[in-house]
Design a protein around this ligand. Structure first.
Ligand code: SAM
Length: 226
């Protein structure tokens, strides 16, 4: 069974698309998508030998070797430019996702949709998307195993809108809709950051700039929680 988190990611994948799942681990996502959509075709990218091998075994066990192509390599380097229309990068930190996208910019010319599920540091992903011609068109939150995950969907747009610092942090759609999980996540984050600011203030040589930035975020969080 696919995790609730990856099931939600899968729900944003266009029918019949040729897509890449970067950092695919056991290739659970591409197998699930191809088993449910006979017109889909996937490339599973993995940088580590262990997961690469389990991905290959999993794909072959599902009889999908002709529709899920597993490739060993770093980030988007496993792709030819123009090969896929959609990319998924899930289950990593937002800054790693940003680095993978940055280093693979030359592989994106046909990529219309990017689905990212950063575990932390979501703002890095949103900033990358809007500054590279992708508009954040959808965002959802999923709770699983005691963690609240954000799934961010970017669609290529000629005239995507610029996001404010506040929208980058909370997500433009999540900020509008404020689902139940939004309150749960940000109440928890508020307490965490408050503790962090206290610790920073008590440090031997406090970093005033960092303290100011954290304090500003705390104010924003307080405001959005109302
Ligand atoms: N995407 C799956 C998910 O969401 O459940 C697996 C997430 S797993 C925590 C992260 C995977 O990304 C690991 O298998 C790791 O080897 C792989 N990975 C990390 N950096 C990578 C990179 N630069 N290129 C490709 N794969 C990478």
């Amino acid at each position: 069974r696919l995790s609730k988190r990856l099931e939600k990611v899968a729900s944003f994948i266009t029918q019949g698309v040729q897509f890449a799942d970067i950092g695919s681990d056991h290739a659970h996502l591409p197998c699930y998508v191809c088993l449910h959509d006979e017109d889909a075709y996937a490339i599973a990218g993995e940088v580590n030998e262990g997961p690469f091998r389990s991905a290959r075994e999993n794909i072959s066990r599902h009889g999908l070797s002709d529709r899920v192509d597993v490739r060993l390599g770093d980030g988007l380097q496993v792709l030819q430019n123009g090969e896929v229309a959609l990319i998924v990068i899930a289950g990593m930190g937002g800054s790693l996702i940003k680095t993978i996208l940055d280093e693979g910019k030359d592989r994106l010319s046909n990529v219309e949709k990017i689905i990212a599920q950063p575990n932390i540091g979501e703002h890095n992903v949103r900033r990358w998307l809007y500054s590279h011609g992708y508009e954040v068109t959808n965002e959802v939150m999923v709770a699983e195993n005691g963690h609240i995950y954000e799934i961010i969907v970017g669609d290529k747009r000629a005239d995507g809108q610029k996001l404010t610092e506040k929208q980058l942090l909370f997500g433009p759609h999540l900020l509008n809709q404020k689902p139940k999980l939004f309150y749960q996540k940000w109440t928890h984050e508020y307490d965490n950051r408050k503790r962090t600011v206290e610790q920073m203030k008590n440090a031997k040589s406090p970093d005033d700039k960092k303290i100011a930035a954290f304090t500003e975020e705390l104010t924003w969080i307080g405001e959005v929680l109302g």
